[in-house]
Design a binder for this molecule. Structure first.
Ligand code: SF4
Ligand code: SF4
Length: 549
């Protein structure tokens, strides 16, 4: 995404300030300015999913065509969720407005809009809670920080809760452990009750129900795509890799986000999976039904999370596999680790995952029976099960973006770094307060990876881009690795806009570049079909450094 395509030059986008606005925060009026909001979901998606109030409408319309009883529906929905989810009740009650989270959200840092401070974002919902569900709010109203639910308040919710990527960075800094992402999830659920949803969050869910994946790709096209990559690998390596699809009785079901077989650079990582599994002789299978690891239900409602997650386990049961291996995805892992067990689990019909190559038992997956490709590959490397030639990645100076969900929801800090340091010689971490648990979001998660909100995305991604720029300028970093399909789609335009010298890759693509496969022809190109530079290239001052800032 160049400045020209966004139509705003980077230097102009940076002209925001942090001065407090003159407008009272309680004033809910909001201007739906082009570039900062997402389009509404078309009625066909709501109809397909059996969701309420399908209609043609736009956030910029004066009349949102809400149901006559919309207010009661939302307040009843809030009451129901307050009694069902103790965390929601707690998050509504315990914030002391200390402000520790205020400057931690990438959208606030990038825009200066105070309603993008996590504390104030939550307050948009909390004020209604206070007004209608607390004694003090019922008596004192505005004096107690209460606001009645009006159409203007509802529009403000839509604007700001669809400007939160549910990344949970703010929760890391809250002394009370308040998770604003969970508050956003509740607000979006309430908006969904009256048909106020966005196309990029909901259409993938409808597609997934219809054909098994977010993109709506049908089984025969899924198979064609994988066969295409099988041919590409043969061209690069001379080896025709196995391609088991819907294979009953395989040991392992492999599930990855559809972004990996749809667009670059995810496709290069997908080729990496195929090569790795072939090399290991893994008894595994792909599925044309569970052809999606991602779960955009997470960006709409608990009910939709559950429905999408269930199909992966139903397919594991149908195929009779022992356990599930998951590819490089972000939010899929948050669903597996934080919600699956109580929604559809425990998956007792599967076996506790054990690597057939190393014998390692993945105790952390005891209940979900699902192992992340990062830990699987790191374990292979630890046991010296892979022959690798890292010099094939010598032209790359790599840094790693901790995707929000694998890092904050799973604690995957070391595994991807361990893998990367085994396959690249030049690795440089970004500054400490921008990685691992404190990682900055790509700015486009939670269904915000659309085109119409590009200005917001570029501003939200600014803190991440700044940290990349830092290691680019200091160490010459030219490649940003990540283990998330949304990141592989969202980071390229972000880099193109702010740090165009840096490209984006998946972890397994770099593994595949380095992987030595017995019987392969001479490897002259990497997974992208680009020439592998000679090992003699010695333009590197800090050769062999694996540096942490
Ligand atoms: S850090 Fe926690 S307690 Fe403090 S303002 Fe933010 S959400 Fe409230
Ligand atoms: S979850 Fe992320 S996007 Fe949402 S308020 Fe917190 S820091 Fe901002």
């Amino acid at each position: 995404m160049s400045s020209e395509e966004l139509d705003i030059k980077a230097e102009d986008l940076l002209k925001f300030d942090y001065d407090p606005p003159t407008k009272d925060w309680m004033d809910p009026s909001v201007a739906f300015r082009k570039g900062t909001y997402c389009y509404s979901a078309p009625p066909k998606n709501l109809e397909y999913l059996g969701m309420p109030n399908p209609r043609v409408w736009s956030p910029t319309d004066k009349d949102w065509k809400l149901p006559a009883d919309w207010k009661e529906t939302v307040l009843d929905g809030m009451k129901d969720r307050l009694s069902k989810y103790r965390s929601f009740q707690l998050f509504m009650d315990i914030c002391v407005r200390c402000g520790a989270c205020a400057d931690k959200c990438h959208f606030f840092i990038g825009s200066g809009d105070p309603k993008n401070m996590p504390v104030l974002r939550a307050e948009l919902l909390r004020s209604v809670y206070r007004n209608d569900f607390t004694a003090v709010g019922k008596i004192l109203g505005k004096l107690a920080g209460g606001r009645p639910l009006t159409e203007e308040v509802l529009k403000e919710w839509f604007y700001y809760f669809y400007q939160c990527t549910e990344c949970r960075r703010c929760s890391v800094f809250c002394p009370y452990g308040i998770d604003t992402a969970e508050i956003t999830m509740m607000a979006r659920e309430l908006l969904n009750l009256i048909g106020c949803n966005i196309v990029w969050a909901l259409e993938p869910v409808a597609n997934c129900h219809r054909t098994g994946n977010h993109l709506g790709i049908q089984p025969h096209t899924f198979k064609d795509s994988l066969e295409f990559f099988q041919d590409e690998i043969e061209e690069i390596t001379g080896i025709k890799v196995d391609l088991p699809i819907n294979k009953k009785g395989a040991d392992i079901l492999f599930v990855t986000p559809s972004g990996d077989y749809f667009a670059d650079p995810g496709t290069f990582t997908l080729m990496g999976y195929l090569m790795l599994f072939h090399e290991l002789g893994l008894n595994y299978t792909w599925s044309a039904y569970a052809s999606e690891g991602g779960n955009f239900g997470l960006f709409n409602s608990h009910e939709l999370i559950k429905r999408l997650n269930a199909k992966i386990y139903a397919e594991a049961k149908r195929l009779g596999v022992k356990w599930i291996l998951g590819g490089e995805c972000g939010h899929m892992w948050r669903v597996i680790h934080q919600y699956m067990d109580t929604m559809n689990g425990p998956a007792d019909f599967l076996e506790e995952p054990v690597s057939p190559i190393t014998g390692t038992k993945f105790d952390n997956a005891k209940s979900t029976k699902m192992v992340h490709i990062c830990e699987f590959t790191a374990d292979l490397m630890k046991h010296n099960k892979l022959k690798l030639d890292p010099s094939r990645n010598d032209n790359l100076r790599v840094t790693f973006h901790d995707s929000c969900n694998p890092s904050r929801a799973m604690g995957f800090f070391e595994e991807p770094r361990y893998v990367l340091k085994n396959v690249v010689k030049h690795f440089y971490d970004m500054p400490e307060n921008t990685i691992r648990e404190q990682t900055f979001c790509c700015g486009s998660g939670a269904g915000l990876n659309a085109g119409e909100n590009m200005e917001q995305r570029m501003l939200g991604g600014l803190p991440r881009a700044n940290a990349v720029k830092y290691v680019h300028e200091k160490y010459g970093v030219n490649m940003l690795a990540c283990v998330c399909a949304i990141d592989r789609a969202a980071l390229p335009p972000l880099m193109e806009y702010w740090v165009p010298e840096v490209d984006v890759t998946g972890m397994t693509e770099l593994v595949a570049n380095a992987l030595i496969m017995p019987g392969q022809g001479e490897r002259t190109t990497d997974m992208r079909g680009e020439e592998i530079p000679g090992l003699e290239a010695e333009d590197v001052e800090t050769e062999g450094d694996n540096v942490e800032e």
